[in-house]
Write a protein of this length. Structure first.
Ligand SMILES: Nc1ncnc2c1ncn2[C@@H]1O[C@H](COP(=O)(O)OP(=O)(O)OP(=O)(O)O)[C@@H](O)[C@H]1O
Length: 237
């Protein structure tokens, strides 16, 4: 479904991603892991079209999408969330979803929006202004709902679980599994918590200083000495 070949991104003299390669199959939930500044958000930006790589190829469903603008990638089925939820605060929850749907899917579809509101537990907030009264958890659910409204085949989720207390986090994780099964989508999730990745993901890719240092099942990668070192500064933690 998604294949990256030697993707390299530079910001002036800084190499944010260097020869990043991995692939993922349809319906997989892949964890993208790595210390602060490792390049995780930059990788999402490169895949979704916000930054242009200096080199390498990004293939989505066998097509090279590396030169397509953002909206064309969305139309092909790439949905994403942002680390800091960015709803349009002057619009209601439902209106936010309509805007996302028209951007990503090309037309409004009220029935699908109702389904998304239901799945994401946002029905009772649907006609509430996005700026007023939405708690962090609800804003995060809205962020995922917006991405779902674009009709994605692949969802890129940037730290949607961060900052939630443990019960809310467990509930959100179950939601993500439900979304994957119900909408038949693949998910790449950036997440720092090892236990969360281990429970949620079938595979994890670890970045450090812009390079892939491990790729495998969560139990494989979290036993890898290079990964332990990148997390703790010591290979024997
Ligand atoms: N627009 C930009 N211009 C210059 N440097 C940037 C830009 N975006 C990111 N960087 C740099 O690229 C590197 C990778 O940053 P990125 O935000 O992708 O890391 P990250 O793994 O997502 O980190 P975090 O876990 O803190 O969100 C960092 O050194 C960062 O300072």
């Amino acid at each position: 479904m998604l294949k990256l070949e030697n993707v390299t991104v530079r910001f002036g003299g800084l190499v944010a991603l260097k020869d990043v390669s991995f692939r993922m199959g349809p319906g997989e939930i892949l964890g993208l892991v790595g210390p602060n500044g490792a390049g995780k958000t930059t990788l999402f930006n490169a895949i979704s079209g916000l930054v242009r790589p200096r080199g390498g190829r990004i293939l989505f469903e066998e097509q090279d999408i590396g030169r397509l603008p953002l909206h064309q990638r969305a139309r092909r089925g790439l949905g994403r969330t942002f680390q800091i939820p960015q709803p349009m605060h002057q619009l209601t929850v439902r209106e936010n979803l309509v805007v996302a749907q028209v951007f990503g899917a090309g037309r409004a579809d009220a029935a699908r929006l109702d389904e998304i509101l239901e799945v994401m537990d946002l029905k009772s907030q649907a006609d509430r202004d996005a700026a007023s009264g939405l708690a962090l958890q609800e804003l995060k659910r809205l962020e995922v709902a917006k991405a779902l409204a674009t009709n994605p085949k692949l969802l890129l989720l940037d730290e949607v679980l961060a900052g939630l207390e443990s019960q809310a986090k467990r509930h959100f994780m179950l939601k993500l599994k439900e979304l994957q099964a119900r909408f038949k989508i693949g998910i790449v999730i950036v997440e720092h918590d090892i236990e969360t990745i281990s429970n949620l993901c079938s595979r994890a890719v670890v970045l450090n200083f812009g390079q892939v240092i491990a790729d495998g099942t969560p139990s494989e990668v979290f036993r890898n000495p290079a990964v332990v070192e990148s997390y703790t500064g010591t290979a024997h933690a």
